[in-house]
Design a protein around this ligand. Structure first.
Ligand SMILES: N[C@@H](CCC(=O)N[C@@H](CS)C(=O)NCC(=O)O)C(=O)O
Length: 246
């Protein structure tokens, strides 16, 4: 069974799908799409929604990191992405859903808030990507794409300020999941693979890395996603960062 994964360079849920496929030992080819351009492309490919990760596997179209986790477990049961025990499974599913529905958006908005203001940094996020266009072309189109992405993802300053204020609580929650054994074990489960790429994306931002790197959350991301690309220098206004040192 061969799989084709459609994603966007440095897409954190895209990395979730990659990690899940690799964990299952499923051979796959990866197609990196240009952000925003991905929306119509994914539709034309026959997926019902407009986001990545989008996977074609065994003739099936599967879209969304949570759906991909479940479908992979159904089609290739070993090794499982969820615990067999129903109570443990419920805890993992809750953490996974939170990682998708809350944490993912925070990491995405903060990254695009910075990249829309300094699209020169986009290049670092393209490292290792498999775009169908030359890197130079991708870099040239980065300024308008980054601005559109920020608009599309609601990565405006008001959201960035609110996300930074929420971040200490989010990292505490991840550390809590690790302390409770919901994530952080070996082998990793679907919640580990959902949450770790978002932490990795947060840690590409020099402003945020010091508040995460030495915590259990930081360890998890380093262990599971050591190659996550990208770097943005310190650039959030200091006042926005005050909640992190409070
Ligand atoms: N939360 C969903 C959706 C993921 C999502 O929003 N993906 C972004 C990229 S990180 C996307 O495809 N956005 C459309 C675009 O920006 O072109 C999941 O985990 O699959």
């Amino acid at each position: 069974m061969k799989a084709r994964l459609f994603t966007i360079p440095a897409s954190h849920p895209g990395w979730t799908a990659r990690l899940m496929l690799e964990r299952k030992g499923i051979p796959y080819s990866r197609i990196d799409l240009v952000k925003i351009v991905s929306i119509p492309v994914v539709r034309v490919l026959g997926f019902p929604g407009s986001t990545v990760p989008a996977l074609i596997f065994d003739g099936k179209r599967i879209q969304g990191s949570q759906a991909i986790a479940r479908e992979l477990d159904a089609l290739v049961p070993e090794p499982p992405l969820f615990p067999a025990d129903p109570t443990e499974r419920e805890r993992v599913e809750k953490a996974e859903a939170w990682g998708d529905e809350v944490l993912q958006g925070v990491a995405r908005r903060l990254a695009w808030n910075l990249l829309a203001k300094d699209s020169g940094q986009v290049r670092s996020y393209l490292e290792g990507s498999k775009l169908g266009v030359p890197l130079a072309v991708a870099e040239k189109t980065a300024p308008p794409i980054a601005k559109l992405a920020a608009r599309f993802d609601r990565a405006d300053d008001a959201h960035a300020i609110a996300d930074l204020a929420a971040l200490p609580g989010l990292i505490d929650r991840i550390d809590g999941y690790v302390a409770d054994g919901v994530i952080g074990g070996d082998p990793p489960n679907a919640a580990d693979l959902q949450i770790a790429p978002s932490i990795a994306l947060l840690m590409t931002m020099a402003d945020l890395r010091p508040f995460i790197a030495d915590r259990p959350a930081g360890d998890l991301a380093r262990r599971l996603v050591p190659d996550f690309p990208g770097h943005t220098p310190a650039s959030f206004p200091p006042a926005w960062l005050e909640p992190l040192s409070a």
